[in-house]
Design a protein around this ligand. Structure first.
Ligand code: FE2
Ligand code: FE2
Length: 322
């Protein structure tokens, strides 16, 4: 057997092991062989997810200094800090695939990698904080719970803790809205207005319709994705309509009706042209979000340098002691 033939045979064997592992629903770990497409898909998805957590701190961080009470401020601060933690777990998960965080951050601030389109919308009132918790974190939970069973071990394990924290986020938002809905007519109007603005962007969080999502099939075959975009979107709508009723707000879709034959709510199509525009950088806050991230990263350069110098000094001391 020539060297070339031997390489091909070995590769085929590795591919067989990988496929077998996926078929048996076992986890793929960092040192396992994996097809390059699988690795690239994971890096892209985990990086995009990590960026979304970090950029997602901005719309809510906008209200930290103006929270209406100490209690609301403490809750919001905890939530925004959780999002930073989610970003860090996810960058760490991406690092196990051979990319490093500074490389990914470089791609984010230069626009070469994306983050969720939802974070390009502004937070106009404090009711937005409640609605983000209810709808945006609610949609994130629907998207992310199946990822706890993703075939790549480090990603799946990171998602377990993230999902627990997301459910706290969802509940704090809903509780804030419940409080506002039992307040004045003006407060109720604020909640309705925020719901009207965030409903459609929340539906877009599940990505384009299945017919327009070319990577879904492969991701499902690899056990990264467990449900299609449209399945998850339907699940979110079915879950959210009764919550809106309990809250006493209406959802801004005249096509939203219960379909007893399907056992699901029917709903209208989001404006996909808007989705594509926001994703391409044309949303209300895209420039501001990336610019803010870039300047925060640059402002933090001295911290990274100091940490690296400290680590080098510690290592040198350790060597001297030996
Ligand atoms: Fe998060
Ligand atoms: Fe969250």
């Amino acid at each position: 057997m020539s060297t070339e033939e031997a390489t091909v045979t070995a590769e085929r064997e590795l591919q067989g092991h990988f496929e077998d592992k996926i078929a048996r629903d076992q986890r793929v770990e960092p040192r396992d062989w994996m097809p390059s497409g699988y690795r690239e898909t994971l890096v892209r998805q985990i990086a995009q997810h990590a960026h979304s957590e970090i950029i997602g701190m901005q719309p809510e961080g906008n209200w930290l200094t103006r929270a209406p009470s100490l209690r609301r401020k403490a809750i919001l601060l905890a939530k925004v800090q959780d999002e930073a933690g989610h970003g860090l777990y996810l960058y760490s998960a991406a690092e196990t695939l051979g990319v490093d965080r500074s490389e990914l951050t470089g791609k984010l601030v230069s626009g070469r990698q994306k983050y969720s389109s939802i974070f390009n919308y502004p937070t106009l009132t404090f009711a937005d904080i409640g609605v983000i918790g209810w709808l945006v974190d609610g949609a994130a939970i629907v998207n992310q719970v199946p990822l706890c069973r993703a075939s790549y071990g480090p990603y799946a394990r990171a998602m377990i803790r993230i999902c627990k924290e997301e459910s706290f986020h969802q509940r704090q938002g809903y509780e804030l809205l419940m409080t506002m809905m039992s307040g004045t007519a003006k407060q109720r109007a604020m909640v309705q207005d925020a719901t009207d603005r965030w409903w459609w962007p929340s539906l877009m969080m599940f990505g384009p319709p299945d017919g327009d999502s070319p990577n879904t099939r492969q991701s499902m075959e690899w056990g990264i994705k467990r449900h299609t975009n449209d399945e998850l979107r339907q699940k979110f709508v079915d879950m959210t309509v009764p919550q809106a009723e309990a809250l006493g707000v209406s959802l801004p879709d005249s096509g939203l009706v219960w379909n007893s034959e399907r056992g699901h709510y029917d709903f209208s199509e989001p404006d996909w042209a808007e989705f594509r525009r926001v994703l391409k950088g044309g949303g209300p806050c895209n420039t501001q979000r990336v610019e803010r991230r870039r300047s925060a990263h640059e402002d933090g350069a001295w911290v990274r340098e100091a940490a690296a110098a400290h680590a080098a000094k510690q290592a040198a001391r350790g060597e001297a002691a030996v």
